[in-house]
Design a protein around this ligand. Structure first.
Ligand SMILES: Nc1nc2c(c(=O)[nH]1)N[C@H]1C(S)=C(S)[C@@H](COP(=O)(O)O)O[C@H]1N2
Ligand SMILES: [Mo]
Length: 351
């Protein structure tokens, strides 16, 4: 059975593996039985996905009303290859009910609501978790993120909900996919996972942290390739929010200028360099983060991959493995002073 890739928020995510409908359903009904697709199957599916995405992009303009949602599962899974669940698959996997109060309930905080969604423990069983992974990070359409301990996801029915009291979750209330914690049944989850962890409009589930991979033009850079370029450090108050220290933080990486040169790209005239983060919001033309030739020439804007005194890799919990960083010396000069997390792609456009 061929699953369709939805014309959705992440059309531009061309490197996503095909969804594994059979695998997902199999794992749910057989519980615990881990079937794995072969490498050849995965490659075939990815190619199909790319072809379909390309076709879908063409019809996107006419599809402005409905926005079918999908969920990308990626990071340190058994295969390390991203899996995309279509809305149809999500609906059929959403069989777990959680009866709980909701910290965002604007009417009555004591009201117990019936949420229906996908049990994250089941999703994890299906995709597999690499050894040493301790946390899972969820990313939303608006680039907000929420990180949950793996042990808690395995132990408690924490779900990606699509319905509340039998009604689909409206976009204005965190839908269509909303991260819900069983606060009422397990009150001890209330402290570690308060309000701010209930992620609205979830689009990605990242197991552990992804490997460094940035596409620049038609080149791909991994950590080893980036490490061959001149390394720069800066110590700044970061603009990423969520989980970063408020005090100045050391970041290390390569200058955008040097990465462009390594990719054989020269930014000139009114060309713009679009910085594509994982969140769908960056694909909205009006909200895209871009740099001009002048920004890149006059400012040591960094693609950071390490942080802190020990220059550790940047974990998904902090929006890593690759983030965009601005030295304070030139923050005001740059067109876009947005500290992008989960940087995946730098792309030149001519407006
Ligand atoms: N996708 C997304 N989810 C999110 C947020 C957000 O900005 N985007 N804010 C979080 C924070 S900090 C809080 S306090 C609550 C805000 O919920 P409220 O708007 O109902 O007060 O949602 C959480 N989930
Ligand atoms: Mo908040």
């Amino acid at each position: 059975m061929l699953a369709r890739v939805q014309v959705g928020a992440r059309l531009n995510f061309l490197h996503i593996g095909r969804s594994l409908l059979g695998l997902m359903l199999g794992a749910v009904s057989l519980s615990g039985c881990k079937m794995q697709p072969t490498e050849a199957q995965l490659n075939g599916w990815r190619e199909e996905t790319i072809a379909r995405n390309t076709a879908a992009l063409k019809t996107r303009a006419s599809q402005t009303k409905e926005r079918p949602w999908s969920l990308v599962i990626q990071g340190q899974t058994s295969t390390g290859k991203p899996v995309i669940l279509t809305w149809e698959q999500i609906r059929s996997l959403a069989t777990t009910h959680v009866l709980t109060k909701e910290p965002h309930n604007t009417k009555d905080l004591s009201e117990v609501l019936d949420f229906r969604g996908m049990a994250i423990s089941q999703l994890l069983d299906t995709v597999g978790v690499a050894p040493n992974v301790t946390e899972v990070t969820f990313v939303a359409f608006d680039s907000y993120r929420s990180t949950v301990q793996l042990a808690d996801l395995k132990r408690y029915p924490i779900i990606l909900a699509i319905e509340r009291n039998k009604q689909p979750l409206p976009r204005t209330e965190g839908g269509p996919i909303y991260l819900v914690f069983p606060h009422t049944q397990y009150p001890k989850l209330q402290t570690p996972y308060g309000n701010s962890f209930w992620l609205f409009y979830t689009t990605h589930m990242i197991v552990g942290t992804e490997a460094v991979q940035v596409q620049v033009g038609d080149r791909k850079f991994d950590q080893a390739t980036l490490d061959r370029l001149p390394q720069t450090t800066m110590t700044e108050t970061v603009g990423y929010k969520i989980g970063w220290p408020n005090s100045k933080v050391k970041l290390q990486g390569v200058r955008v200028r040097d990465v462009l040169a390594a990719a054989g790209i020269s930014l000139s005239g009114n060309n713009r360099l679009v910085i594509q983060g994982k969140a769908a919001i960056y694909q909205d033309q009006a909200r895209a983060v871009y740099l001009t030739a002048k920004d890149v020439e006059t400012c040591d804007i960094l693609l950071a991959t390490r942080w802190g005194e020990n220059l550790q890799p940047i974990p998904a919990r902090l929006g890593g493995p690759v983030t965009l960083a601005f030295p304070s010396a030139c923050q005001k000069q740059t067109t876009a002073q947005y500290w992008v997390t989960f940087v995946e792609k730098l792309q030149v456009i001519t407006p």
